[in-house]
Design a protein around this ligand. Structure first.
Ligand code: ATP
Length: 363
């Protein structure tokens, strides 16, 4: 991506509040038309990053560009951005159309132009025909649609969304995630989205920046974040995983060997690693096969089923492997298979490429 195609560009941006370093040397670029998410636990600095992009907070150091322009001197209302929050701040006594038109009227656009824009914004969020309804007469999801229409009607270059679905119940939230994605595709506006919900980020985003302690742990496409996490934090925060601590005892060639307790595991590191490197092996529960291993399966461990939890689409087994520890294994419930019982011996199997090797800093 060239710099000119970037709608948002942060370069070595930090923000301190007194002694608290909320954002610590963060650099990233958001491409035009991209759905980009900032994902991380509470207090990691996501909202502070958004507030700096929108202009409600100034960086302590570093530079911030929107559409190639340094915006340090621009107050929020001069920036080509708009925001949608969890608390929508709609005017409940006004109609849907009045709420959406409000910003355009402040700009004193001609009435006909306002009418046209409000009409197409209502169509975009699938609320055509609701223009005369009062906001107080709408459901939570419909209010959310009004807030999105109100933010988009001003045609910002970048729409900033800070946990906008946080107040909705799960079913509605999932529906609105798909709606937001559809709306974003339809209009092609750049979206920067803040969430602590990994499923939400995975559902909607083109790329995700995983934030932890004010820093970017990893910035990647959704599938790369899930399939090739580069840190233990990312592996554990996005999806579920087994993290096995070990040491590289054999290197060289594509496949290496890691000693985990008494077990020797064949792995395939992304880049060659020297012998004796301390590593974490991240192995997703669904990558492990439970049952008689296939002849070509490189890694096999014998263990005992400790617990079984039926989860609808799949069943989660906890298996104790002597000398290694407990491993979670997911078995799809697509085909009825002989269930494994607690207390029974089982064999776990997986191929080297199924696991991710995460080198650990020495010391
Ligand atoms: P959440 O998901 O809970 O909103 P977040 O990831 O958005 O969290 P921020 O709100 O950006 O996190 O806060 C990052 C850190 O900066 C926190 O430790 C927070 O307490 C601190 N912080 C944020 N704003 C201020 C402020 N105005 N004054 C002092 N400290 C602040």
């Amino acid at each position: 991506m060239t710099a000119s195609e970037l709608d948002v560009e942060l370069t070595h941006v930090s923000k301190s509040f007194g002694m608290v370093r909320a954002v610590d040397d963060v650099s990233f670029g958001v491409g035009r038309g991209e759905f980009f998410s900032l994902l991380g636990p509470s207090g990691c600095g996501k909202t502070t990053i958004m507030r700096m992009i929108s202009g409600f907070e100034a960086p302590t150091s570093g530079s911030l560009k929107i559409r190639g322009q340094d915006v340090a001197a621009q107050p929020p209302f001069r920036r080509p951005t708009n925001m949608v929050f969890q608390h929508l701040a709609l005017f409940p006594h006004m109609t849907v159309a009045q709420n959406i038109a409000f910003g355009l009227e402040m700009e004193r656009l001609p009435k006909a132009e306002i009418g046209r824009r409000v009409g197409s914004a209502l169509e975009l969020v699938h609320l055509a025909g609701f223009d005369r309804r009062r906001v107080s007469q709408l459901s939570g999801g419909q209010r959310q649609r009004v807030a999105i229409a109100r933010a988009l009607v001003k045609r910002p270059a970048v729409l900033l969304l800070d946990e906008p679905l946080g107040a909705l119940d799960l079913k509605l939230r999932e529906e609105m995630q798909l709606e937001l994605k559809r709306i974003q595709r339809e209009i092609g506006t750049t979206f920067v989205y803040v969430t602590h919900d990994q499923k939400e980020a995975i559902t909607m985003s083109d790329r995700i920046a995983v934030i932890n302690g004010g820093r970017i742990e990893q910035l990647d496409t959704v599938s790369a974040i899930y399939e090739r996490p580069r840190t233990a934090f990312v592996a554990g925060f996005i999806g579920e995983t087994n993290l096995l601590r070990g040491r590289l005892v054999e290197a060289g060639g594509e496949t290496a060997t890691v000693a985990v307790g008494e077990a020797r595991l064949a792995v395939r590191p992304e880049a060659p690693l020297p012998r004796d490197t301390e590593v974490l092996v991240s192995l997703r529960p669904e990558k492990i096969r439970l049952g008689p291993p296939l002849p070509e399966t490189a890694n096999r461990l014998d263990g005992t089923v400790e617990s079984i939890v039926y989860l609808g689409s799949h069943t989660r087994y906890r298996v104790q492997v002597p000398g290694v520890g407990g491993l979670d294994v997911d078995v799809q419930n697509a085909e009825p298979a002989a269930p494994h019982e607690a207390g029974r011996p089982v064999t776990l199997g997986w191929q080297p490429a199924a696991a991710v090797v995460i080198p650990q800093p020495s010391g």
